[in-house]
Write a protein that binds this ligand. Structure first.
Ligand code: G1P
Length: 264
């Protein structure tokens, strides 16, 4: 197992798709039934072995640091975890956000976790840390099959072989948000990455890509040994109202089921 000394959490986004709720609070703090979205991400990051969490934020989202400070001082499961925060400055894209974290990242492979992508079930980043082999991998990114018509919402894998049944698949490259006609497969990247230190010099040279943003996908495409990790849990896009609502229903069902079992 690779222990991820650092997990980077990009939280600078403005949550446009969740307005007007995000006029009042950060989308990462919105409750999924009874639990702030961010808490799921933090628990998953810590399960992957993180000794340090690096938040990439904006000065105008102070609620996140208050909540994280509260958790770190009150919750025994976060005892000893270091927290750092960097200001992204300008919203120049996910690649730019991850690069902004670099001064605070400890040596070794780094985990990147996008809190918007809630994955219920086994902690995916911890599973990925388990299978990440620094001797043979430069990037392991979480993957799920999507409808090809939706490829323009995701980074899409170009797979080296069409293998079925295996959780870890070698990939030739990644393409950010291609039109469905140009999508190299129906396997999309979702917000969990384990990246070797080789990502840093590549990110530094990465220029604007899809949507005029500096894309993490483009930097990853500049690495050699890419792998997709097909996880078993269920993923919800909580940056979107329908995804948030489905996640809320799923967490509610899970809570009620556990209460019923406990009462029996
Ligand atoms: C980001 C990544 C994209 C990935 C997606 C998963 O896009 O750039 O490659 O598929 O997260 O949620 P965003 O959703 O920030 O536009």
């Amino acid at each position: 197992m690779t222990r991820l000394a650092t997990v980077v959490l990009p939280v600078a986004g403005s949550g446009t798709r969740m307005r007007p709720a995000t006029d009042a609070t950060a989308k990462e703090l919105l409750p999924i039934y009874d639990t702030p979205l961010l808490l799921f991400a933090l628990e998953e990051a810590v399960a992957s072995g993180a000794q340090r969490l690096v938040f990439v934020s904006r000065a105008t989202k102070p609620g996140i640091s208050n909540y994280v400070e509260h958790l770190m001082s009150q919750e025994p499961s976060f005892a000893g975890v270091e927290v750092r925060s960097v200001d992204q400055g300008e919203p120049l894209g996910l690649g730019h956000a991850v690069l902004s974290a670099r001064p605070e990242v400890l040596p070794g492979p780094v985990g990147v976790l996008l809190p918007d992508d809630l994955i219920l079930g086994a902690p995916v980043l911890a599973e990925m840390a388990d299978v990440f082999d620094p001797a043979s991998m430069d990037c392991l990114a979480a993957a799920q099959r999507v409808d090809r018509a939706e490829s323009s919402r995701y980074g899409m894998f170009d797979l080296a072989m069409a293998s079925v049944g295996s959780a870890v698949l070698p990939a030739r490259t990644l393409v950010e948000k291609p039109d469905p006609a140009d999508a190299p497969s129906d396997l999309a990247v979702v917000g969990r990455y384990v990246l070797s230190e080789k990502i840093w010099p590549v990110l530094e040279k990465t220029t604007e890509g899809a949507g005029g943003e500096i894309q993490l996908t483009d930097a990853i495409a500049g690495l050699d040994r890419l792998y997709a990790f097909q996880f078993s849990g269920c993923r919800y896009d909580c940056g979107d109202k329908e995804g948030w609502f489905s996640a809320t229903q799923a967490v509610r069902s899970d809570r009620l089921r556990k209460e019923t079992v406990a009462a029996e």
